[in-house]
Design a protein around this ligand. Structure first.
Ligand code: FES
Length: 174
Protein backbone atom coordinates (compact mmCIF):
# COMPACT_ATOMS: atom_id res chain seq x y z
CA UNK A 1 0.00 0.00 0.00
CA UNK A 2 2.87 2.39 0.84
CA UNK A 3 4.40 1.85 -2.59
CA UNK A 4 1.07 2.29 -4.34
CA UNK A 5 0.40 5.55 -2.49
CA UNK A 6 3.75 7.00 -3.55
CA UNK A 7 3.53 5.72 -7.12
CA UNK A 8 0.00 7.00 -7.59
CA UNK A 9 0.60 10.39 -5.95
CA UNK A 10 3.76 11.62 -7.70
CA UNK A 11 3.53 12.33 -11.42
CA UNK A 12 7.17 11.36 -11.97
CA UNK A 13 6.20 7.72 -11.46
CA UNK A 14 4.31 5.91 -14.19
CA UNK A 15 2.33 2.80 -13.39
CA UNK A 16 1.80 2.01 -17.05
CA UNK A 17 4.07 2.16 -20.06
CA UNK A 18 4.12 5.62 -21.62
CA UNK A 19 4.88 6.76 -25.15
CA UNK A 20 8.21 7.96 -26.48
CA UNK A 21 7.02 11.51 -25.76
CA UNK A 22 5.26 11.66 -22.41
CA UNK A 23 3.36 14.94 -22.53
CA UNK A 24 2.59 16.18 -19.04
CA UNK A 25 0.31 19.17 -19.43
CA UNK A 26 -0.06 21.37 -16.37
CA UNK A 27 -3.69 21.88 -15.42
CA UNK A 28 -3.24 23.85 -12.18
CA UNK A 29 -4.95 27.22 -11.69
CA UNK A 30 -2.45 29.66 -13.31
CA UNK A 31 -2.10 27.43 -16.37
CA UNK A 32 -5.83 26.76 -16.40
CA UNK A 33 -6.59 30.49 -16.33
CA UNK A 34 -4.22 30.92 -19.27
CA UNK A 35 -5.87 28.19 -21.34
CA UNK A 36 -4.48 24.76 -20.36
CA UNK A 37 -7.89 23.16 -21.05
CA UNK A 38 -7.64 24.32 -24.66
CA UNK A 39 -4.05 23.00 -24.84
CA UNK A 40 -5.12 19.55 -23.67
CA UNK A 41 -8.09 19.62 -26.06
CA UNK A 42 -5.82 20.56 -28.99
CA UNK A 43 -3.38 17.72 -28.14
CA UNK A 44 -6.24 15.22 -27.76
CA UNK A 45 -7.79 16.28 -31.07
CA UNK A 46 -4.50 16.25 -32.97
CA UNK A 47 -3.33 12.91 -31.59
CA UNK A 48 -6.74 11.23 -31.49
CA UNK A 49 -6.36 10.15 -27.86
CA UNK A 50 -7.71 11.27 -24.50
CA UNK A 51 -5.92 12.26 -21.31
CA UNK A 52 -3.93 9.28 -19.89
CA UNK A 53 -3.91 7.46 -23.23
CA UNK A 54 -1.09 6.59 -25.63
CA UNK A 55 -1.20 6.80 -29.40
CA UNK A 56 -1.29 3.51 -31.30
CA UNK A 57 2.21 4.14 -32.70
CA UNK A 58 3.54 4.47 -29.15
CA UNK A 59 4.82 7.99 -29.75
CA UNK A 60 2.70 10.16 -27.48
CA UNK A 61 1.04 9.85 -24.07
CA UNK A 62 -1.00 12.75 -22.68
CA UNK A 63 -1.23 13.24 -18.95
CA UNK A 64 -2.66 16.21 -17.10
CA UNK A 65 -0.52 17.00 -14.05
CA UNK A 66 -0.32 19.58 -11.29
CA UNK A 67 1.94 22.66 -11.25
CA UNK A 68 5.35 22.07 -12.82
CA UNK A 69 6.81 25.34 -11.61
CA UNK A 70 6.73 27.34 -14.83
CA UNK A 71 3.55 29.29 -14.07
CA UNK A 72 5.10 32.56 -15.27
CA UNK A 73 5.11 31.08 -18.78
CA UNK A 74 1.66 29.47 -18.52
CA UNK A 75 0.24 27.44 -20.08
CA UNK A 76 2.98 24.90 -20.36
CA UNK A 77 3.79 21.23 -20.78
CA UNK A 78 6.73 19.04 -19.91
CA UNK A 79 8.03 16.17 -22.02
CA UNK A 80 9.57 13.05 -20.48
CA UNK A 81 9.86 14.73 -17.08
CA UNK A 82 12.66 16.88 -18.38
CA UNK A 83 12.03 19.28 -21.27
CA UNK A 84 9.72 22.22 -20.80
CA UNK A 85 7.64 24.02 -23.45
CA UNK A 86 5.87 27.20 -22.47
CA UNK A 87 3.60 30.02 -23.62
CA UNK A 88 1.48 27.50 -25.47
CA UNK A 89 -1.52 28.14 -27.66
CA UNK A 90 -3.80 25.57 -29.31
CA UNK A 91 -1.98 26.34 -32.58
CA UNK A 92 1.64 26.31 -31.47
CA UNK A 93 1.17 23.16 -29.36
CA UNK A 94 0.12 21.24 -32.48
CA UNK A 95 3.18 22.59 -34.29
CA UNK A 96 5.25 21.50 -31.30
CA UNK A 97 3.90 17.92 -31.49
CA UNK A 98 4.89 17.72 -35.14
CA UNK A 99 8.33 19.16 -34.43
CA UNK A 100 8.86 16.67 -31.58
CA UNK A 101 8.35 13.84 -34.09
CA UNK A 102 11.03 15.31 -36.36
CA UNK A 103 13.38 16.24 -33.53
CA UNK A 104 13.16 19.90 -34.53
CA UNK A 105 11.49 21.35 -31.46
CA UNK A 106 12.74 24.38 -29.58
CA UNK A 107 12.56 24.16 -25.80
CA UNK A 108 11.22 26.96 -23.63
CA UNK A 109 8.69 29.59 -24.71
CA UNK A 110 6.92 28.75 -27.96
CA UNK A 111 6.19 32.39 -28.77
CA UNK A 112 8.89 35.01 -29.25
CA UNK A 113 9.30 35.67 -25.58
CA UNK A 114 12.76 35.39 -24.12
CA UNK A 115 12.82 33.11 -21.06
CA UNK A 116 10.26 34.59 -18.67
CA UNK A 117 10.64 38.28 -19.43
CA UNK A 118 7.51 40.34 -18.93
CA UNK A 119 5.71 42.08 -21.80
CA UNK A 120 7.88 45.17 -21.26
CA UNK A 121 11.06 43.17 -21.64
CA UNK A 122 13.87 43.07 -19.15
CA UNK A 123 13.27 45.39 -16.24
CA UNK A 124 15.94 44.24 -13.85
CA UNK A 125 18.81 46.49 -12.82
CA UNK A 126 21.50 44.77 -14.75
CA UNK A 127 21.57 43.77 -18.38
CA UNK A 128 23.17 40.34 -18.08
CA UNK A 129 24.11 40.01 -21.76
CA UNK A 130 26.10 43.21 -22.09
CA UNK A 131 27.05 43.64 -18.47
CA UNK A 132 25.93 47.25 -18.70
CA UNK A 133 23.80 48.71 -15.98
CA UNK A 134 20.39 49.39 -17.40
CA UNK A 135 17.74 50.92 -15.21
CA UNK A 136 14.34 51.04 -16.84
CA UNK A 137 12.28 51.88 -13.79
CA UNK A 138 12.26 55.26 -12.05
CA UNK A 139 13.04 54.06 -8.56
CA UNK A 140 13.35 57.62 -7.19
CA UNK A 141 9.80 58.37 -8.35
CA UNK A 142 8.53 55.08 -6.92
CA UNK A 143 10.24 55.84 -3.59
CA UNK A 144 8.73 59.35 -3.50
CA UNK A 145 5.24 57.95 -4.18
CA UNK A 146 5.69 55.32 -1.49
CA UNK A 147 6.83 57.91 1.07
CA UNK A 148 3.89 60.20 0.18
CA UNK A 149 1.47 57.30 0.61
CA UNK A 150 2.99 56.41 3.98
CA UNK A 151 2.65 60.05 5.10
CA UNK A 152 -1.00 60.11 4.03
CA UNK A 153 -1.63 56.92 5.99
CA UNK A 154 0.11 58.37 9.05
CA UNK A 155 -1.99 61.57 8.94
CA UNK A 156 -5.15 59.52 8.46
CA UNK A 157 -4.29 57.30 11.42
CA UNK A 158 -3.62 60.34 13.63
CA UNK A 159 -6.95 61.90 12.64
CA UNK A 160 -8.76 58.68 13.55
CA UNK A 161 -6.92 58.49 16.86
CA UNK A 162 -7.79 62.12 17.68
CA UNK A 163 -11.43 61.54 16.73
CA UNK A 164 -11.57 58.43 18.95
CA UNK A 165 -10.01 60.36 21.85
CA UNK A 166 -12.48 63.23 21.41
CA UNK A 167 -15.40 60.79 21.31
CA UNK A 168 -14.14 59.09 24.48
CA UNK A 169 -13.76 62.47 26.24
CA UNK A 170 -17.28 63.50 25.19
CA UNK A 171 -18.66 60.21 26.48
CA UNK A 172 -16.96 60.78 29.87
CA UNK A 173 -18.55 64.24 30.22
CA UNK A 174 -22.05 62.79 29.86
S1 FES B 1 0.38 26.32 -12.67
FE1 FES B 1 1.16 25.47 -14.47
S2 FES B 1 3.28 25.49 -14.16
FE2 FES B 1 2.48 26.26 -12.33
Amino acid sequence: MDVFEVASFYSMFNREKVGKFHLQVCGTTPCQLCGSREIIAACEKHLGIKNSETTADGLFTIQEVECLGACVNAPMLQVNGEWVYEDLTPTNVVELLEKLKKGEEKRGPQNHRKNSEGPLGRTTLKNIETGERKIERDFEKAKKEWLEQKEKERIEAEKKKAAAAAAAAAAQKK
